[in-house]
Design a protein around this ligand. Structure first.
Ligand SMILES: [Zn+2]
Length: 265
């Protein structure tokens, strides 16, 4: 394992915590291997994400949403009842393999679990790979609908990982909660990772939608630009569309951001 430590005093000073944020990051070849494992038929993707969660040391729960498909939920318990939920959908539309949209997000969840569990966590992390996103956000709608009022109130934030690895990380800022965008920006700056705003209101929707409807703070990230948009839902949505360096950069950013949220919130 590669140990990467950053000194994040500037980040944490605002909240009165001056501490080092350190994480054992997984190596890039493991992330690319997990990305390649999405090259299976649509009907096998749920089984596959379940398997990758198990490989990462989690015992995920399959949450049925209809007769054929469900969400796959992996929980990393923390010391408080407060939760940070992270999502990425395993289903895909069109030809190709849907490696960008959205195995790239789904396959990052087990790696995030593995990275975060190496130290005790303050908050509970709930990593959800949603099913049936492409049919109309069925999985995430089901998930939010079945939260009790108390469970909803316990969720500090929902972060959605959508279409990563085409290039640098972009934030859908018009969809995201402002305070979360600002803090992600701070963490990206501390890591010297470029972060851009690309709003996709005109071209799509994502799993943040039902969470936002339930008044839960959300953050939506992706890597789509006008130039790469045609890759989605096309035969070009395959492993070769992903730039390994960009994909690894999104992993680093999300892993440190989640650790940061855990440390300061
Ligand atoms: Zn998608």
């Amino acid at each position: 394992m590669l140990r990467l430590s950053i000194f994040a005093a500037a980040l944490l000073a605002a909240s009165g915590h001056a501490q080092k944020l350190a994480l054992d990051l997984l190596p890039e070849p493991l992330l690319i291997k997990r990305l390649s494992e999405g090259q299976v038929k649509q009907g096998l993707r749920q089984e596959e994400i379940h398997r990758v969660f198990e490989e990462a040391g989690c015992k995920p729960v399959d949450q049925p949403i209809d007769h054929s498909s469900g969400n796959v939920v992996c929980t990393l318990p923390g010391e408080t009842g407060s939760e940070i939920v992270v999502g990425g959908h395993f289903d895909f539309a069109g030809q190709g393999y849907g490696i960008v949209d959205d195995w790239s997000g789904a396959a990052l969840l087990p790696s995030l679990y593995q990275t975060l569990k190496s130290q005790p966590r303050h908050h509970t992390f709930v990593l959800v790979s949603f099913g049936e996103e492409e049919r109309g956000l069925f999985g995430s709608r089901w998930f939010v609908k079945h939260l009790s009022p108390g469970e909803r109130a316990d969720i500090l934030a929902f972060m959605n990982l959508e279409c990563l690895g085409l290039g640098h990380v972009n934030v859908w800022t018009t969809r995201s909660t402002k305070s979360l965008v600002l803090s992600l920006n701070q963490v990206a700056h501390a890591l010297s990772i470029p972060l851009f705003t690309v709003n996709v209101d005109r071209v799509g929707d994502d799993d943040t939608h039902p969470f936002l409807g339930a008044k839960i703070p959300v953050l939506s990230i992706h890597s789509i630009t006008e130039a790469t948009l045609p890759v989605l839902h096309s035969p070009a949505d395959r492993l070769s569309a992903v730039k390994p360096g960009s994909y690894y950069e999104s992993y680093r950013l999300v892993a440190f951001y989640l650790a940061w949220l855990d440390a300061v919130d």
